[in-house]
Write a protein that binds this ligand. Structure first.
Ligand code: C2O
Ligand code: CU
Length: 569
């Protein structure tokens, strides 16, 4: 290095001082309660934040500290809130994962989440207790890049809009989870409606009992997105669906994909965007169509055979001759064929890092974990399992158990690293006997590089394999590759993209396919890694990683107080 080190050091010092001077603290006070809502015009009890579903958007600038004081006013129900996509560096106890990083917040209690949003981008938050996310507790986190910093956007736009996509059921999460745990299973079924920014339209409203559905309720009026002719807009799109994979389209307006899960993408243009639960994207659109009419925003179910009407909203031009709320003169886009896996696979493969923002992955892994995703039966109950182990959450959060040396709090045997992949036919209906449940976790060497290959397969029903969006807490991972069919450790690693893989926190595993990802175990804490389909995680589709727990500082008292405690049980 030719440059005198002293100069470098002073430069960094000045930069970080400047950043510190800019950083702000964003305070939020949230009261969580049940309210009667009309998200799709049908009256439903929903879990709300300050009376609203979705909750308020958290806006901050990179480097800010976010403080959310959560009061649980649910009366008879626990709560925990996860900040999806925020890595919680140095604050693993603020991840909001009940059973992993904290005890649930009891009715009447207050819990304060404090964390730094260290990277710009589009993120979300949602409940992480039981299947509570489906009950309406969700919202967006939008972090602006530090002005003039190295993470400034490599693209320009004149204005921005946010789109939060969801699916919606009329049954309560209690009915849903009880059904899932019953013999025979009572499956949750397809959603009644698809919501855009918490609003939808149940198609059979008029057939419902008087008072149950009100088609003109203001809470279910179609959202309107207004644009100025000629301008370019950034649409931040996030999916918090419980089940559905979605395809999102803005009629007549091709989208340039520029961000995925808080990372800049090498731009590519799509007619419509496939988005899985837990993913976020930013796209740019140009408002260059006839301003005298309105256009549909449309969300359609893909990957599962749809039986839910298209979710819609309205794009309207300022100064055009159409009134903003008038439905467009066309029928809403219906998206691609629901079972066109190749179409969705291509978009996955096309999502790579922006050339000016490539963070190259470590060239090799220290450890590879190969996870077979199957549906299995245990005691007659249908479960999801990884390498024939179906995950259950312990009552004592791992973080508390491990820091306090409560060895009996969870299964100390590590779950399997691989499965008998050589002879395994992923297209066949497999019996997968000897499936067990476990709350054991994977302990990772601090600082090591870990590869995870997720292998999809046929479910219990013949000719059936679903898409699973896998989400990792506490990290972003490099997406090294995708394939269809059986992953062969002797062949496929040679095809990995080590040049410009995108960093993400949620990634799809396509039907009968595999997805390979790599991350650095460098964030001290205990982190969940699971399918983001609420019912699948509930049925065991998840694992937990621990790394560097000995480096975690003193735990806040308020995350404790459940399950096993020192001296008690
Ligand atoms: Cu967005 Cu563990 O989930
Ligand atoms: Cu799944």
């Amino acid at each position: 290095m030719g440059r005198p080190p002293r100069l470098l050091c002073c430069l960094f010092l000045t930069l970080s001082l400047a950043a510190a001077a800019r950083a702000a603290t964003r305070h939020h006070e949230w009261d969580i309660s049940y309210q009667f809502t009309h998200s799709d015009c049908v009256r439903k009890l929903a879990v709300t934040i300050n009376g609203q579903t979705p909750g308020p958007t958290i806006r901050a600038t990179q480097g800010d500290t976010v403080v959310v004081r959560v009061k649980n006013s649910l009366l008879t129900e626990n709560v925990a809130i996860h900040w999806h996509g925020i890595r919680q560096i140095g604050t693993p106890w603020a991840d909001g994962t009940e059973g992993v990083t904290q005890c649930p917040i009891l009715p009447g209690d207050v819990f304060t989440y404090t964390f730094v949003v260290d990277r710009p981008g589009t993120y979300m938050y949602h409940a992480h207790y039981g299947m509570q996310r489906s009950a309406g507790l969700n919202g967006l986190i939008v972090v602006a890049a530090a002005p003039g910093g190295p993470d400034a956007e490599p693209f320009r736009y004149d204005g921005e809009h946010s789109v939060l996509l969801n699916d919606w059921w009329h049954r309560s999460t209690y009915e849903q989870s009880t059904g899932l745990a019953s013999v025979p299973i009572v499956w949750v079924g397809e959603p009644q409606s698809l919501l855009i920014n918490g609003r939808g339209r149940f198609v059979n409203c008029s057939a419902m009992a008087a008072g149950a559905c009100n088609a003109t309720h203001p809470e279910c009026a179609a959202p309107v997105f207004a644009v100025v002719p000629g301008k370019t807009y950034r649409f931040r799109i996030a999916s918090v669906t419980s089940l559905s994979a979605l395809n999102f389209e803005i009629e007549g307006h091709p989208m340039t994909v520029v961000e995925a899960d808080g990372h800049y993408v090498k731009p590519f243009v799509v007619k419509n965007l496939n988005i899985y639960s837990g993913e976020t994207y930013s796209v740019l659109i140009k408002a260059d169509q006839d301003p005298n009419r309105n256009y549909w925003l449309a969300s359609n179910v893909v990957s599962r055979k749809p039986s839910t009407a298209t979710g819609t909203a309205i794009l309207s031009y300022y100064g055009g001759r159409s009134s903003t709320r008038r439905p467009p003169p066309t029928t809403p886009p219906t998206g691609p064929a629901w079972n066109d896996t190749t179409y969705r696979f291509r978009q996955s493969v096309a999502t790579v890092a922006h050339p000016a923002h490539v963070e190259p992955p470590p060239p090799r892994a220290d450890r590879t974990i190969l996870l077979l995703n199957t549906q299995n039966k245990i005691d007659g109950r249908i479960k999801w399992a990884l390498n024939n182990v179906s995950f259950t959450l312990p009552h004592t959060p791992y973080l508390v158990a491990m820091k306090s040396g409560l060895l009996g709090a969870f299964d100390q045997r590590p779950p399997p690293e691989t499965y008998a992949h050589q002879g395994y036919d992923v297209y066949a209906v497999q019996k997968n006997p000897n499936t067990t449940t476990s709350d054991g976790l994977y302990r990772l060497r601090f600082g090591s590089v870990v590869d995870v290959v997720l292998q999809n397969a046929n479910m219990l029903a013949a000719n059936n394999s679903e898409t699973h969006p896998w989400h990792l807490h506490g990290h972003d991972f490099w997406v090294l590759g995708y394939g269809i069919g059986r992953f062969d450790p002797a062949v496929h690693p040679a095809t990995y993209n080590l040049k410009d893989p995108i960093l993400k926190n949620t990634v799809a595993v396509h039907p009968y396919g595999w997805t390979a990802l790599r991350f650095k175990a460098d964030n001290p804490g205990v982190w969940a890694f699971h399918c983001h389909i609420e019912a699948h995680f509930f049925m065991g589709m998840g694992i937990v990683f621990e790394e560097g727990v000995e480096r975690v500082g003193q735990l806040p008292q308020e995350i404790m107080g459940c399950g096993k405690t020192k001296g008690g049980h």
